[in-house]
Ligand binder design. Structure first.
Ligand SMILES: O=C(O)c1ccccc1N[C@@H]1O[C@H](COP(=O)(O)O)[C@@H](O)[C@H]1O
Length: 221
């Protein structure tokens, strides 16, 4: 895909990190509503952090196999622009809130370990606003590990594919390769811009955003 590569950064827990990301020019920020994540925020924390996010930057609320009542509570209290599902949610589970959603696929998991299986699974989620590709991890995501990008070959060429978000172990050093190889609509990172889980580095945020912009510019030249 030509044009601008959108940038989502995920796992925010601190106001100063959100300010750094907004200043760097990101398109979306993620907060994690999954208590087992080291980056999890409470609804009260998210309400306070949300004040740091200006117009034209989206807030994404990330869940893993959530209780629907909890998702509804987050929607009402925090007003996320999009939901992101990383667990075993069915298409109906993702659609039931009437909100735009991102479906994450853990590439390399059993049943998601061939090109054909990946595309077939993705097609079940035709109602998603984007398909996000992450690595397989027992923690459901945020592992900092990449995956075999060749498993996305069928998705890249499918005419009915939803916009692709590349995730999984991205860093300022390797994100350019991923963009060149797959030309995703957007990239998403959590670990690769951190000094420790939930604590972001302004320098790494800037380096990541710059690396995406430089690679995208090269593709457009
Ligand atoms: O970041 C987390 O803690 C997390 C927990 C559970 C599910 C997803 C999570 N994060 C998402 O995982 C991918 C890849 O992250 P990383 O860059 O490899 O650390 C990304 O989409 C995060 O939003």
């Amino acid at each position: 895909m030509s044009g601008r590569t959108r940038i989502k950064l995920c796992g925010f827990t601190r106001a100063e990190d959100i300010q750094a990301a907004v200043a760097a020019g990101v398109d979306a920020l993620g907060m994690i509503f999954f208590s087992k994540s080291q980056r999890a925020v409470t609804i009260a924390q998210a309400q306070a952090l949300r004040q740091q996010i200006p117009a034209f930057v989206d807030l994404v609320a990330l869940f893993v196999n959530p209780d629907p009542a909890y998702v509804q509570e987050v929607i009402e209290a925090v007003s996320p622009d999009l939901l992101q599902f990383h667990g075993n949610e069915s298409p109906q589970d993702c659609e039931r809130y009437g909100k735009r959603y991102i479906r994450a696929f853990r590439v390399g998991s059993p049943g998601l370990d061939t090109r054909e299986d990946v595309l077939a699974e993705c097609r079940e989620y035709a109602s998603a606003s984007a398909w996000l590709f992450d690595s397989h991890s027992a923690a459901y995501g945020g592992s900092g590990h990449g995956f075999d990008h060749s498993l996305l070959a069928s998705v890249v060429t499918a005419s009915d594919a939803r916009p692709m978000i590349l995730a999984g172990g991205l860093t300022p050093e390797n994100v350019g390769d991923g963009i060149r190889r797959l030309r995703p609509y957007a990239v998403d990172v959590s670990t690769g811009i951190e000094v420790s889980p939930g604590v972001k580095s302004p320098e790494k945020i800037d380096a990541f955003v710059r690396a995406v912009q430089i690679e995208t510019q090269k593709l457009n030249d």
